[in-house]
Design a protein around this ligand. Sequence first.
Ligand code: ASP
Length: 346
Amino acid sequence: MVTLAALLAAGGASAAPGTSRVTVLATGGTIAGAQAPEGGYGYKSGSFDIKDLIAAVPNLDKLATISGEQVVNIGSQDMNDEVWLKLARRLAEVVKSPGTDAVIITHGTDTMEETGYFLDLVTKTEKPIVMVGSMRPATAISADGPSNLYNGVATAISPGARGRGVMVVLNDQIDYARNVVKTNTSDVQTFHSVNRGPAGVANTGVVTWFAPLDKKHGMTSEFGIDGLTRLPRVDIIYAHAGMNPDLIDAAVKLGAKGLVIAGVGDGNMTAPALERVTAAAKAGVVVVRSSRLGSGIVYRNNEVDDDKLGLVASDELNPAKSRVLLMLALTRTSDVAKIQKMFDEY
Ligand code: ASP
Protein backbone atom coordinates (compact mmCIF):
# COMPACT_ATOMS: atom_id res chain seq x y z
CA MET A 1 0.00 0.00 0.00
CA VAL A 2 1.26 3.49 -0.87
CA THR A 3 1.70 5.64 2.23
CA LEU A 4 1.27 9.41 2.41
CA ALA A 5 4.85 9.80 3.68
CA ALA A 6 6.20 7.84 0.67
CA LEU A 7 4.16 9.96 -1.75
CA LEU A 8 5.46 13.18 -0.21
CA ALA A 9 9.05 11.90 -0.25
CA ALA A 10 8.72 10.98 -3.95
CA GLY A 11 8.19 14.64 -4.84
CA GLY A 12 6.09 16.42 -7.44
CA ALA A 13 6.32 16.59 -11.21
CA SER A 14 10.10 17.11 -11.24
CA ALA A 15 12.49 15.19 -9.02
CA ALA A 16 15.56 17.24 -10.07
CA PRO A 17 16.73 19.87 -7.59
CA GLY A 18 15.66 23.37 -8.54
CA THR A 19 18.37 25.53 -10.09
CA SER A 20 16.95 29.01 -9.30
CA ARG A 21 18.58 30.50 -6.24
CA VAL A 22 16.14 31.98 -3.76
CA THR A 23 17.10 33.82 -0.59
CA VAL A 24 14.59 33.90 2.23
CA LEU A 25 14.71 36.87 4.63
CA ALA A 26 12.68 35.93 7.68
CA THR A 27 11.04 38.40 10.05
CA GLY A 28 8.66 36.22 12.12
CA GLY A 29 4.87 36.36 12.18
CA THR A 30 2.26 33.63 12.53
CA ILE A 31 3.97 31.59 9.84
CA ALA A 32 6.73 31.09 12.43
CA GLY A 33 4.22 30.86 15.29
CA ALA A 34 3.86 28.05 17.82
CA GLN A 35 0.82 27.03 19.81
CA ALA A 36 1.10 25.98 23.41
CA PRO A 37 -0.07 23.26 23.75
CA GLU A 38 0.45 22.14 20.13
CA GLY A 39 -2.85 22.21 18.19
CA GLY A 40 -4.54 24.30 20.89
CA TYR A 41 -6.06 27.76 20.85
CA GLY A 42 -3.72 30.77 21.07
CA TYR A 43 -0.13 31.06 19.88
CA LYS A 44 3.03 33.18 19.90
CA SER A 45 4.22 34.72 16.61
CA GLY A 46 7.88 34.40 15.64
CA SER A 47 8.69 31.21 17.58
CA PHE A 48 10.42 29.13 14.90
CA ASP A 49 13.62 29.85 12.98
CA ILE A 50 13.46 30.12 9.17
CA LYS A 51 15.48 26.89 8.77
CA ASP A 52 12.62 24.97 10.48
CA LEU A 53 10.02 26.58 8.20
CA ILE A 54 11.95 25.71 5.02
CA ALA A 55 12.47 22.13 6.22
CA ALA A 56 8.71 21.76 6.86
CA VAL A 57 7.72 22.30 3.19
CA PRO A 58 7.74 19.07 1.16
CA ASN A 59 9.62 19.35 -2.14
CA LEU A 60 10.60 23.00 -1.76
CA ASP A 61 14.16 22.02 -2.67
CA LYS A 62 12.86 20.63 -6.00
CA LEU A 63 11.61 24.09 -6.92
CA ALA A 64 14.74 26.06 -6.08
CA THR A 65 17.95 26.13 -4.10
CA ILE A 66 16.89 27.95 -0.97
CA SER A 67 18.98 29.74 1.62
CA GLY A 68 17.45 31.47 4.59
CA GLU A 69 18.46 34.09 7.12
CA GLN A 70 16.66 35.51 10.10
CA VAL A 71 16.58 39.33 10.04
CA VAL A 72 14.29 39.64 13.09
CA ASN A 73 11.76 37.29 14.68
CA ILE A 74 8.74 39.33 15.75
CA GLY A 75 4.97 39.55 15.42
CA SER A 76 4.42 42.13 12.69
CA GLN A 77 2.30 44.22 15.08
CA ASP A 78 5.74 45.23 16.44
CA MET A 79 7.10 46.26 13.04
CA ASN A 80 8.56 49.78 13.01
CA ASP A 81 10.69 52.07 10.87
CA GLU A 82 13.93 50.88 12.50
CA VAL A 83 13.24 47.31 11.35
CA TRP A 84 12.02 48.55 7.94
CA LEU A 85 15.33 50.33 7.36
CA LYS A 86 17.33 47.29 8.53
CA LEU A 87 15.28 44.98 6.29
CA ALA A 88 15.45 47.34 3.30
CA ARG A 89 19.27 47.58 3.64
CA ARG A 90 19.68 43.80 3.77
CA LEU A 91 17.24 43.38 0.87
CA ALA A 92 19.21 45.88 -1.24
CA GLU A 93 22.42 43.85 -0.62
CA VAL A 94 20.72 40.54 -1.39
CA VAL A 95 19.13 41.66 -4.68
CA LYS A 96 22.51 43.02 -5.83
CA SER A 97 24.17 39.65 -5.24
CA PRO A 98 24.70 37.57 -8.42
CA GLY A 99 24.04 34.51 -6.24
CA THR A 100 20.36 35.42 -5.73
CA ASP A 101 17.70 35.21 -8.44
CA ALA A 102 14.71 36.05 -6.26
CA VAL A 103 13.84 36.90 -2.66
CA ILE A 104 11.16 35.66 -0.29
CA ILE A 105 10.36 37.67 2.83
CA THR A 106 8.43 35.84 5.52
CA HIS A 107 6.39 38.29 7.60
CA GLY A 108 3.33 38.52 9.82
CA THR A 109 0.13 39.41 8.02
CA ASP A 110 -0.94 42.28 10.33
CA THR A 111 1.38 44.88 8.79
CA MET A 112 2.56 43.02 5.69
CA GLU A 113 0.80 45.53 3.43
CA GLU A 114 2.78 48.40 5.01
CA THR A 115 6.20 46.72 4.98
CA GLY A 116 5.60 45.48 1.43
CA TYR A 117 4.63 48.92 0.16
CA PHE A 118 7.62 50.52 1.92
CA LEU A 119 10.04 47.99 0.36
CA ASP A 120 8.39 48.42 -3.04
CA LEU A 121 9.03 52.17 -2.89
CA VAL A 122 12.70 51.95 -1.87
CA THR A 123 14.12 48.80 -3.50
CA LYS A 124 15.69 49.24 -6.93
CA THR A 125 15.61 45.89 -8.67
CA GLU A 126 13.91 43.89 -11.37
CA LYS A 127 14.41 40.70 -9.35
CA PRO A 128 11.20 39.27 -7.90
CA ILE A 129 10.48 39.94 -4.22
CA VAL A 130 7.64 37.94 -2.71
CA MET A 131 6.27 38.28 0.81
CA VAL A 132 4.75 35.22 2.44
CA GLY A 133 2.91 34.79 5.72
CA SER A 134 0.15 32.65 7.12
CA MET A 135 -3.03 32.97 9.13
CA ARG A 136 -2.52 29.76 11.10
CA PRO A 137 0.57 29.07 13.19
CA ALA A 138 3.14 26.49 12.09
CA THR A 139 1.86 23.93 14.63
CA ALA A 140 -1.83 24.25 13.68
CA ILE A 141 -3.92 21.50 12.09
CA SER A 142 -4.02 22.46 8.40
CA ALA A 143 -1.38 25.17 8.81
CA ASP A 144 -1.35 27.36 5.69
CA GLY A 145 2.30 28.46 5.97
CA PRO A 146 3.89 25.54 4.05
CA SER A 147 1.64 25.88 0.99
CA ASN A 148 2.01 29.67 1.04
CA LEU A 149 5.81 29.29 1.16
CA TYR A 150 5.72 26.74 -1.67
CA ASN A 151 3.53 28.96 -3.85
CA GLY A 152 5.59 31.99 -2.87
CA VAL A 153 8.78 30.36 -4.15
CA ALA A 154 6.99 29.18 -7.32
CA THR A 155 5.83 32.77 -7.87
CA ALA A 156 9.29 34.23 -7.23
CA ILE A 157 10.97 31.93 -9.78
CA SER A 158 8.21 32.22 -12.38
CA PRO A 159 9.44 33.79 -15.66
CA GLY A 160 6.69 36.45 -15.49
CA ALA A 161 7.69 37.69 -12.03
CA ARG A 162 10.53 40.07 -12.96
CA GLY A 163 9.88 43.80 -12.66
CA ARG A 164 6.53 43.44 -10.92
CA GLY A 165 7.85 44.85 -7.65
CA VAL A 166 7.07 43.49 -4.21
CA MET A 167 4.25 40.94 -4.15
CA VAL A 168 2.32 39.09 -1.46
CA VAL A 169 1.36 35.42 -1.80
CA LEU A 170 -1.26 33.91 0.49
CA ASN A 171 -3.95 31.29 -0.02
CA ASP A 172 -3.06 30.74 -3.70
CA GLN A 173 -3.44 34.42 -4.55
CA ILE A 174 -0.71 36.82 -5.73
CA ASP A 175 -1.20 40.52 -4.98
CA TYR A 176 0.93 43.61 -5.44
CA ALA A 177 2.06 44.92 -2.06
CA ARG A 178 0.96 48.37 -3.22
CA ASN A 179 -2.64 47.26 -3.73
CA VAL A 180 -3.24 44.59 -1.13
CA VAL A 181 -5.01 45.00 2.21
CA LYS A 182 -5.72 42.59 5.04
CA THR A 183 -9.52 42.37 5.29
CA ASN A 184 -10.32 39.67 7.82
CA THR A 185 -8.98 39.00 11.32
CA SER A 186 -8.77 35.21 11.01
CA ASP A 187 -9.83 33.95 7.56
CA VAL A 188 -7.08 32.35 5.43
CA GLN A 189 -8.49 34.34 2.47
CA THR A 190 -7.75 37.64 4.18
CA PHE A 191 -5.75 39.50 1.52
CA HIS A 192 -7.56 41.37 -1.23
CA SER A 193 -6.53 44.03 -3.71
CA VAL A 194 -9.80 45.80 -3.09
CA ASN A 195 -9.73 48.41 -5.83
CA ARG A 196 -7.93 46.50 -8.57
CA GLY A 197 -8.02 42.72 -8.14
CA PRO A 198 -5.07 40.35 -7.75
CA ALA A 199 -1.79 40.18 -9.66
CA GLY A 200 -2.22 36.49 -10.36
CA VAL A 201 -2.81 33.02 -9.00
CA ALA A 202 -0.36 30.43 -7.68
CA ASN A 203 -1.98 27.03 -7.38
CA THR A 204 0.21 24.11 -6.24
CA GLY A 205 3.20 25.82 -7.80
CA VAL A 206 1.48 26.65 -11.10
CA VAL A 207 1.56 30.42 -11.63
CA THR A 208 -0.84 32.47 -13.77
CA TRP A 209 -0.21 36.18 -14.20
CA PHE A 210 -2.69 39.03 -14.65
CA ALA A 211 -1.92 42.70 -15.45
CA PRO A 212 1.31 44.36 -14.25
CA LEU A 213 1.29 47.18 -11.67
CA ASP A 214 0.83 50.52 -13.44
CA LYS A 215 2.00 52.71 -10.54
CA LYS A 216 5.51 54.07 -9.91
CA HIS A 217 7.54 51.66 -7.77
CA GLY A 218 10.92 49.92 -7.62
CA MET A 219 13.11 51.07 -10.52
CA THR A 220 10.82 54.01 -11.32
CA SER A 221 10.53 55.18 -7.70
CA GLU A 222 12.32 58.36 -6.61
CA PHE A 223 12.60 57.15 -3.02
CA GLY A 224 15.52 55.48 -1.28
CA ILE A 225 16.95 54.89 2.16
CA ASP A 226 20.51 56.17 1.70
CA GLY A 227 21.55 58.19 4.72
CA LEU A 228 18.28 57.57 6.58
CA THR A 229 18.43 56.44 10.19
CA ARG A 230 14.80 57.29 10.98
CA LEU A 231 11.65 58.22 9.12
CA PRO A 232 9.77 61.45 9.81
CA ARG A 233 6.96 61.10 12.36
CA VAL A 234 3.55 60.69 10.74
CA ASP A 235 0.49 59.94 12.88
CA ILE A 236 -2.85 58.50 11.79
CA ILE A 237 -6.00 59.92 13.39
CA TYR A 238 -9.28 58.05 13.05
CA ALA A 239 -12.40 60.07 12.24
CA HIS A 240 -15.86 59.22 13.58
CA ALA A 241 -19.20 60.83 14.41
CA GLY A 242 -18.58 63.56 16.94
CA MET A 243 -14.79 63.56 16.26
CA ASN A 244 -13.03 65.84 18.73
CA PRO A 245 -10.05 67.78 17.26
CA ASP A 246 -7.87 67.49 20.39
CA LEU A 247 -5.85 64.54 19.09
CA ILE A 248 -4.89 66.57 16.01
CA ASP A 249 -3.45 69.31 18.21
CA ALA A 250 -1.73 66.71 20.43
CA ALA A 251 -0.03 65.02 17.47
CA VAL A 252 1.26 68.34 16.16
CA LYS A 253 2.48 69.31 19.64
CA LEU A 254 4.29 65.98 19.96
CA GLY A 255 6.25 66.67 16.78
CA ALA A 256 4.35 65.01 13.93
CA LYS A 257 5.64 66.25 10.58
CA GLY A 258 2.69 64.68 8.83
CA LEU A 259 -0.85 63.62 9.67
CA VAL A 260 -3.09 61.12 7.96
CA ILE A 261 -6.78 61.39 8.72
CA ALA A 262 -8.61 58.06 8.42
CA GLY A 263 -11.68 60.01 7.35
CA VAL A 264 -15.31 59.01 7.20
CA GLY A 265 -16.58 58.42 3.66
CA ASP A 266 -14.56 60.30 1.06
CA GLY A 267 -11.95 61.44 3.63
CA ASN A 268 -14.31 63.64 5.62
CA MET A 269 -14.14 64.79 9.25
CA THR A 270 -16.10 67.09 11.58
CA ALA A 271 -15.93 70.85 11.01
CA PRO A 272 -13.80 71.42 14.18
CA ALA A 273 -11.36 68.70 13.03
CA LEU A 274 -11.17 70.25 9.55
CA GLU A 275 -10.41 73.61 11.12
CA ARG A 276 -7.54 72.12 13.19
CA VAL A 277 -5.97 70.21 10.29
CA THR A 278 -6.14 73.41 8.22
CA ALA A 279 -4.28 75.24 11.01
CA ALA A 280 -1.74 72.38 11.17
CA ALA A 281 -1.24 72.58 7.39
CA LYS A 282 -0.69 76.35 7.63
CA ALA A 283 1.96 75.66 10.29
CA GLY A 284 3.83 73.33 7.87
CA VAL A 285 2.49 69.88 8.87
CA VAL A 286 1.49 67.94 5.76
CA VAL A 287 -2.06 66.58 6.15
CA VAL A 288 -3.38 63.74 4.00
CA ARG A 289 -7.09 62.93 3.87
CA SER A 290 -7.54 59.18 3.53
CA SER A 291 -10.60 57.06 4.32
CA ARG A 292 -11.46 54.57 7.04
CA LEU A 293 -13.54 52.65 4.46
CA GLY A 294 -12.09 49.48 3.00
CA SER A 295 -12.09 50.56 -0.61
CA GLY A 296 -12.52 53.43 -3.05
CA ILE A 297 -10.76 56.65 -3.96
CA VAL A 298 -10.50 59.82 -1.87
CA TYR A 299 -11.13 62.57 -4.42
CA ARG A 300 -9.41 65.93 -4.33
CA ASN A 301 -11.60 69.06 -4.03
CA ASN A 302 -14.83 67.07 -3.88
CA GLU A 303 -16.63 67.85 -0.59
CA VAL A 304 -13.48 69.40 0.90
CA ASP A 305 -11.71 72.29 -0.84
CA ASP A 306 -8.18 70.88 -0.63
CA ASP A 307 -6.73 73.67 -2.80
CA LYS A 308 -7.99 76.33 -0.41
CA LEU A 309 -7.17 74.45 2.82
CA GLY A 310 -3.74 73.16 1.73
CA LEU A 311 -4.53 69.45 2.14
CA VAL A 312 -3.56 66.31 0.22
CA ALA A 313 -6.09 63.69 -0.96
CA SER A 314 -4.87 60.09 -0.63
CA ASP A 315 -6.38 58.86 -3.90
CA GLU A 316 -6.47 55.03 -3.54
CA LEU A 317 -4.19 54.61 -0.54
CA ASN A 318 -5.71 53.56 2.77
CA PRO A 319 -4.48 55.28 5.96
CA ALA A 320 -1.68 52.79 6.70
CA LYS A 321 -0.30 52.97 3.15
CA SER A 322 -0.79 56.75 3.04
CA ARG A 323 1.40 56.96 6.14
CA VAL A 324 4.17 54.95 4.42
CA LEU A 325 4.13 57.16 1.33
CA LEU A 326 3.91 60.37 3.37
CA MET A 327 6.91 59.38 5.53
CA LEU A 328 9.00 58.78 2.41
CA ALA A 329 7.63 61.89 0.70
CA LEU A 330 8.67 63.99 3.71
CA THR A 331 12.26 62.76 3.31
CA ARG A 332 12.22 64.64 -0.02
CA THR A 333 9.93 67.67 0.39
CA SER A 334 7.17 69.27 2.44
CA ASP A 335 5.64 71.02 -0.59
CA VAL A 336 1.95 70.07 -0.63
CA ALA A 337 1.57 70.23 -4.43
CA LYS A 338 4.59 67.94 -4.93
CA ILE A 339 3.30 65.51 -2.31
CA GLN A 340 -0.16 65.48 -3.94
CA LYS A 341 1.57 64.53 -7.22
CA MET A 342 3.27 61.63 -5.42
CA PHE A 343 -0.11 60.41 -4.13
CA ASP A 344 -1.41 60.53 -7.70
CA GLU A 345 1.55 58.62 -9.14
CA TYR A 346 2.57 55.96 -6.57
N1 ASP B 1 -0.03 38.97 14.58
C1 ASP B 1 0.52 38.18 13.52
C2 ASP B 1 1.59 39.00 12.83
O1 ASP B 1 1.26 39.88 12.08
C3 ASP B 1 -0.55 37.73 12.60
C4 ASP B 1 -0.07 36.95 11.40
O2 ASP B 1 1.09 36.82 11.10
O3 ASP B 1 -0.96 36.42 10.68
O4 ASP B 1 2.74 38.77 13.06
